[in-house]
Design a protein around this ligand. Structure first.
Ligand code: SF4
Length: 380
């Protein structure tokens, strides 16, 4: 007997944990690997996709990594065809693939287009050679411009550019140049992230050994404010703490995370969150492949969130959106109002001018936006 299809729209994340080279700040689940391992990994993904087939309604798909574009044309076609065989194209509203500008070819762009990918996220990070070198990126600023042009030429009308600020020795002037270069390309979406020094990365080690120095926090904050000013002045809507979009181009897939709604992740280390239950796949690529090949349970972690924790996480994630959380939506989902659980915190944060209510929405004020991490901890 076939199980009844879950008709609530979900998001599907597909993790490709392979890169051409490891960037020195990266602690993502990614590695440099050989063709044989990648082929086995793609077969494992196909198997996971087959299990999902017909069970869920997916409106967004996001192929991320790692570097999905490090796959050869042949491997990329295998992946894209596995996806489309299992998920009806008619249901998909947004289909994103992450691209590293140093790994894109014309044939890969054509494949992405042919298989229905309609949004690309380009990992530019910076347009300046010395910054890219410092981050150990494999591409140049010109590679990013060329990749963007290639995507445009082949009909991609929804392109995100990822940028990083707060690099060692980076000046406000340099950051403004990066913003300017990004805006000149006229993308639909820009994401800006502050560089973080994750434990175990070469960058963190250099920091520890005083080979480099972290930027002062107030300069980093000034860079963030500059991004908001610069991008909003250029018709980007600042809709999430780190994300800016033109017109209708907000990322639908990531909105599912921010609204703490249901998603399924496949691949090594990918998380899923369905009906209050969070699970994670085995993170180690070999163990993941082996587990799938042997038809074993590949979950390395599972937790069922109690209602109050689910509500806490929903507030924390939703406050990332500039529009905040609508009290009626919250009530519909949890059966009580935001104040019922968080009245004290909200009163305190309102007194300090860090959150506000507008049209029944709880949201961060501009002051709250700049200390968002501190505000969020109040709800945990
Ligand atoms: S390309 Fe992305 S995932 Fe790969 S090492 Fe660099 S930052 Fe990490």
């Amino acid at each position: 007997m076939t199980e009844k299809k879950d008709t609530i729209p979900h998001a599907l994340y597909i993790h490709i944990p392979f890169c051409a080279r490891k960037c020195n700040y990266c602690d993502f689940n990614s590695m440099v690997s050989d063709a044989k391992t990648i082929d086995r990994y793609l077969r494992a993904l196909e198997k996971e996709l087959n299990i999902l087939q017909g069970q869920y309604l997916f409106q967004t798909i996001y192929i991320g990594g790692g570097t999905p574009s490090v796959l050869t044309e042949f491997q990329l076609e295998k992946l894209l065809s596995s996806v489309i065989e299992c998920i009806p194209a008619s249901e998909i509203r947004e289909y994103t693939c992450e691209i590293n500008p140093g790994t894109l070819t014309k044939d890969k762009v054509v494949l992405l287009k042919d298989y229905g990918v309609n949004r690309v996220s380009l990992g530019v990070q910076s347009f300046q050679q010395h910054q890219l070198k410092r981050l150990a990126r494999i591409h140049s600023g010109d590679d990013a411009r060329e990749a963007f042009a290639l995507l445009r030429m082949n009909g991609f009308q929804n392109i995100n550019l990822d940028l990083i600020f707060g690099c060692p020795e980076q000046t406000l002037d340099e950051w403004e140049k990066d913003l300017k270069a990004a805006v000149e390309l006229s993308p639909e979406h820009v994401s800006t992230y502050a560089l973080t020094y994750e434990e175990g990365t070469p960058l963190a080690l250099d920091l520890k050994n005083k080979v480099l120095h972290k930027l002062e926090e107030d300069i980093e904050l000034e860079m963030y404010k500059m991004a908001i000013r610069y991008l909003t002045r250029n018709q980007f809507n600042h809709y999430e703490i780190s994300n800016f979009a033109k017109d209708v181009y907000e990322c639908r897939h990531n909105r599912v995370y921010w609204e703490n709604k249901g998603y399924i992740g496949i691949g090594a280390g990918a998380y899923s969150f369905l009906h209050g239950v969070r699970t994670a796949n085995e993170k180690d690529v070999s163990k993941y492949i082996h587990g799938i090949e042997e038809n074993k349970n590949i979950n390395s972690f599972a937790e069922c969130l109690p209602q109050n924790q689910l509500a806490s996480e929903t507030i924390v994630m939703s406050l990332r959106l500039r529009q905040g959380v609508l009290n009626t939506d919250f009530y519909e989902r949890f059966g009580y109002t935001i104040e019922d659980q968080f009245g004290n915190q909200i009163n305190r944060l309102r007194r300090y001018g860090l959150v506000a209510y507008e049209d029944e929405r709880l949201m961060l004020t501009e002051k709250g936006l700049f200390v968002a991490d501190t505000v969020m901890t109040e709800f945990l």
